[in-house]
Design a protein around this ligand. Structure first.
Ligand SMILES: [Zn+2]
Ligand SMILES: [Zn+2]
Length: 338
């Protein structure tokens, strides 16, 4: 049997192990991807650290996967070998449960398919994906360019486009890391008056380079007061993982403003009085399904939005993961696989 390399985690908090496995065959409704690149996302720590008690081990992480369709299982109408495709967090949906029948595929009630968490992901030469979870990757993007767009990209882009701001309105992006550096670019290209908020004056040149119209240093300034001076934000895209940092910007929302939460932060407190007097809201956002990823890729080609990546060969998975978890990666770590 032909073999492949895979990076597995054998138990919660266990090390990454580079092992040899048989190349898997796609079952009905699935395809096999020959993986070209896979981004390292903060959520890969769920598999690595055992955050969810129901994850089964050993497990291969990775949900920012781009590759080439290499084999197609029975009953797959829409994919043929040789096509470039990517898969993100959303690993598929049944199509017949009540949520799916309402178009809420992300909330499928019968299938918990999360790439690299409930089934093996892209830290490997090959992986199996359900056909409905695949996004077509346009030829203008290299595998390493497309990979981070499959989670960090779709999460920020799809959240922004569903947040309700109109072109020209004030949109703030809280955080300038892996998510935030994409969020600022998407907000700029979508035509919003884009404000970047981060800690320290040293981040301002980056914010400007990404196209931000205004920069707020949340260490030396009160971000809520500064946003108010600018008229109040219609949307604040909260990409950070710090609840207190989110709480500190809510006061900068304008009338009908919304804090859109995509960073997995700890609980924080809010003032209901402020929300009700200015008709403001808080909303969480799920990254998206395969068509949302495909839209993200197409928009990125159209407008030139790109992730800034640090590249690592598969063998250096420990270094890539360490860069990501330490917050030192500028700005996404990507494993190059073939
Ligand atoms: Zn992710
Ligand atoms: Zn379903």
């Amino acid at each position: 049997m032909p073999k492949m390399r895979a990076v597995q985690v054998a138990r919660p908090k266990g090390p990454f192990e580079i092992v040899e496995r048989e190349i898997p065959e796609p079952g009905p409704g699935s395809v096999r991807l020959k993986v070209q690149a896979c981004g390292v996302c903060h959520s890969d720590s769920i598999t690595k650290e055992g955050t969810f008690p129901w994850v089964q081990y050993p497990r291969v992480p990775g949900h920012e996967v781009v590759g080439v369709v290499d084999a197609v299982g029975a009953g797959v109408a829409q994919w043929t070998p040789g096509q470039r495709a990517g898969v993100g967090w959303h690993g598929g949906n049944c199509g017949y449960c009540n949520s799916c029948r309402r178009g809420n595929f992300f909330a499928c009630e019968t299938l918990t398919a999360i790439t690299g968490i409930t089934y093996d992901g892209g830290y490997a030469d090959y992986m199996i994906a359900r056909s409905e979870a695949l996004a077509l990757v346009p030829p203008e993007l290299s595998a390493a360019e497309a990979a981070p767009l499959m989670c960090a990209g779709v999460t920020t882009f799809n959240c922004l486009r569903n947040a309700g701001a109109q072109p020209g309105e004030l949109v703030a992006v809280l955080g300038l890391g892996g998510l935030g550096h994409l969020g600022v670019q998407f907000a700029v290209k979508a035509g919003y008056r884009t404000v970047a908020i981060a800690r320290g004056q040293d981040k301002e040149p980056l914010a400007r380079q990404l196209g931000a119209w205004h920069y707020i240093d949340s260490q030396s300034q009160d971000p809520a007061a500064e946003l108010k001076k600018l008229g109040g934000a219609k949307v604040i895209l909260a990409t950070v993982t710090n609840g207190d940092a989110m709480a500190a910007v809510i006061g900068g929302l304008g009338i009908d403003g919304k804090l859109m939460i995509i960073g997995a932060a700890a609980p924080f407190s809010i003032s209901p009085i402020q929300l009700l007097t200015s008709r403001q809201g808080l909303r969480g956002w799920y990254s998206g399904t395969s068509i949302d990823s495909q839209d993200t890729l197409a928009f990125s080609v159209l407008t030139g939005v790109r992730s800034m990546n640090e590249m690592f060969p598969l063998e250096r998975v420990n270094d890539a993961y360490e860069r990501m978890t330490s917050g030192k990666a500028r700005f996404r770590a990507v494993l190059t696989i073939s």
